[in-house]
Design a protein around this ligand. Structure first.
Ligand code: SPV
Ligand code: MG
Length: 431
């Protein structure tokens, strides 16, 4: 009897799936690879059902002989091991972000003489609507809020890209790339104080008030489903921080990162070039406790940000603070650095992990941008934040178009620097 292999990431089973399973089973003995929760969250969306449930469901569908776990989108590992005569797939992966995964499967099959069999993808509006509904559920505050914690339990490393508007939120939500047999997308979004202020033409000194920042949060949450990490600056007075945390929790923000500075806050990347003052350990611990006790659910995290390396008060001070903040109830630690290499971050990670092996640890590799996520993960980092890259990339593009129009006295030369009109008018769907 011939052998057949298929992969599934879905947690909503409909007639289209049953039809393709039946076709596949008619070719031979069918084994199904079920993507792990980490793989589904990485390439698609946060799974509605955990792996064990999804495996159980497929195990009980007639026509399926065996069910195995799968860590990659394409099933290359399983195909290599099982060497099925046929791999069956819907034809919808030929031209989307999964096309390179498809090429990987074809390469493995050709290595031993297996065959790829593709059937027309069932895109009935009923199924599309179901998937859309499942997807939109993820934006509901009660469902979104705790998702950063869940992702941290699922993946060794969660990455976040800066978003400062509905449009940049959409970039964070929808950008996917296919590379090296994997599909990558961002896990979360970061609402940077620097970018939120810059967008409003203001300096990053807590001058943009919380009502205004909340408006930006709403703009982003309105059009996305991914968890949002909010840059809470110093959090203000402890009494104000309590109100801030309660509002963030209510709207569905997954984490606030609050930094241990007091007085006029300046951007950390100025370092010691401007006057900046760190809070005392006692006061900052009290602020964390006030924020924590204001929360009503367990979903929203408070991550304490340590500025000791930025302000050059030393590694020992950074570690003393980290341990004290964790003791005070912080759900995670962010360690910041403005060095060009990650050496001091790695030193902090190693020493912090001796006392706190599992507390989530966040980093912002703006200055030491050559470090790879894999190296950060190896050193025990759990959250990587790309803090300002969308606004930094947009600014030079906008400036050069403005200069081109002035130089030429017309817009023609700038046209090919711009998104075509046909694309901008359809970029945001009407529904
Ligand atoms: C931000 O993005 O606003 C941050 C990170 O707080 S940094 O600008 O590096 O201080
Ligand atoms: Mg900031």
């Amino acid at each position: 009897m011939k052998t057949v292999f298929m992969s599934f990431s879905t947690d909503i089973i409909h007639g289209g799936h049953i039809a393709i399973i039946q076709k596949a089973a008619a070719l031979g003995q069918l084994t199904v690879g079920i993507l792990t929760d980490e793989a589904v969250a990485t390439y698609k969306r946060f799974p509605l059902l955990p792996l064990t449930d999804r495996m159980n469901i497929f195990r009980n569908i007639s026509g399926i002989s065996a069910v195995v776990q799968q860590h990659d989108i394409a099933g290359v590992e399983n195909i290599r091991q099982l060497q099925p005569d046929y791999v069956v797939h819907g034809d919808d992966w030929q031209s989307d972000f999964r096309s390179s995964a498809r090429a990987d499967v074809i390469a493995v099959l050709s290595g031993y003489g297996g065959e790829l069999v593709e059937y027309a993808y069932s895109d009935s509006p009923v199924y599309t609507k179901l998937e859309k509904q499942a997807y939109s559920q993820l934006s509901i505050p009660d469902i979104r809020r705790g998702r950063l914690k869940k992702l941290l339990a699922l993946k060794p490393l969660v990455n976040a890209i800066e978003a400062h508007s509905g449009l940049t939120g959409l970039i964070a939500e929808n950008t996917k790339v296919s590379h090296d047999g994997k599909v990558s997308q961002f896990d979360a979004m970061w609402l940077s104080s620097l970018c939120d202020s810059t967008m409003k033409g203001k300096p990053d000194i807590e001058v943009v008030d919380f009502s205004s920042r909340l408006r930006t949060i709403e703009d982003i949450l309105e059009v996305t489903t991914k968890p949002l990490i909010f840059d809470a600056d110093t959090g203000g007075l402890p009494e104000h921080f309590a109100f801030l945390m309660r509002t963030l929790e209510r709207v569905g923000v997954s984490a606030a990162i609050v930094e241990d500075k007091v007085g006029l806050k300046r951007n950390s990347l100025f370092g010691t070039g401007v006057e900046q003052k760190q809070d005392s350990i006692e006061n900052f611990c009290a602020k964390i406790q006030t924020g924590k006790s204001a929360l009503k659910t367990r979903g929203t995290m408070i991550i304490a940000r340590i500025e000791s390396l930025i302000l050059e008060t030393g590694m020992d001070d950074a570690l003393r603070r980290a341990n004290a903040y964790v003791e005070a109830g912080a759900d995670g630690i962010m360690i910041h650095s403005r060095k060009k290499t990650p050496d001091e971050i790695f030193e902090f990670c190693g020493r912090f992990r001796e006392s706190c092996p599992t507390v989530p640890l966040a980093t912002v590799p703006t200055a030491y941008s050559s470090v790879r996520e894999s190296e950060l993960a190896k050193n025990g980092v759990n959250i990587v934040i790309y803090a300002n890259h969308l606004i930094r990339s947009a600014f030079p593009a906008m400036k050069s178009v403005a200069e081109s129009i002035l130089t030429n006295g017309r817009a023609y030369e700038a046209d090919n620097l711009c998104l075509p009109i046909s694309e901008i008018i359809t970029l945001i769907p009407e529904q």
